[in-house]
Ligand binder design. Structure first.
Ligand code: 5GP
Ligand code: ZN
Length: 137
């Protein structure tokens, strides 16, 4: 399952060279070309899915197991102090390559990177409205 014009399909298949950290039948983990920090990597499924909304459960559960394995390996080898998992879906959320990927970002004290958001201050009633909208039929 691949899309001809997709660069991550080509990288995942090994047709375009990449700095590969890990590979199995379903996934390739590569170093990001524009790293936030030393070791910033991407988990790519070899099958093409646009993003999380299209990712099958069977692959979704393996992505998290693989993310944990890579995080432990990077902590051991790179001695990072912390770790961010980032996963963007659709342009509004910062997705720029439309083939599912999970960012693995080792964090180091004083690395100067900011991965975050501006916290809101909702009233309890607003939170309850949102809760109902999402959770109730
Ligand atoms: P997004 O913004 O879609 O969540 O993340 C796309 C990521 O892919 C960016 O961090 C960018 O640096 C990385 N990237 C884009 N093109 C390539 C490429 O050809 N090779 C590699 N290794 N990373 C890429
Ligand atoms: Zn693709």
């Amino acid at each position: 399952m691949r899309e001809e014009s997709c660069i991550f399909c080509k990288i995942a298949a090994g047709e375009i060279p990449s700095k590969t950290l890990y590979e199995d039948e379903e996934f390739r983990v590569i170093l990001d070309l524009g790293p936030a920090t030393k070791g910033h990597a991407l988990i790519l499924p070899k099958n093409h899915y646009r993003n999380l909304f299209e990712l099958p459960d069977s692959e979704a559960e393996k992505v998290m197991v693989l993310a944990k394995k890579m995080a432990l390996q990077m902590r051991e080898k790179l001695h990072c102090d912390g770790f961010n998992l980032v996963q963007n879906n659709e342009e509004v959320a910062g997705q720029t390559v439309f083939h599912f990927h999970m960012h693995l970002i080792p964090r180091y004290k004083g690395d100067g990177q900011i991965i975050g958001w501006k916290p809101g201050k909702p009233e309890e009633a607003e939170l309850e409205t949102v809760r109902k909208t999402i959770a109730e039929e």
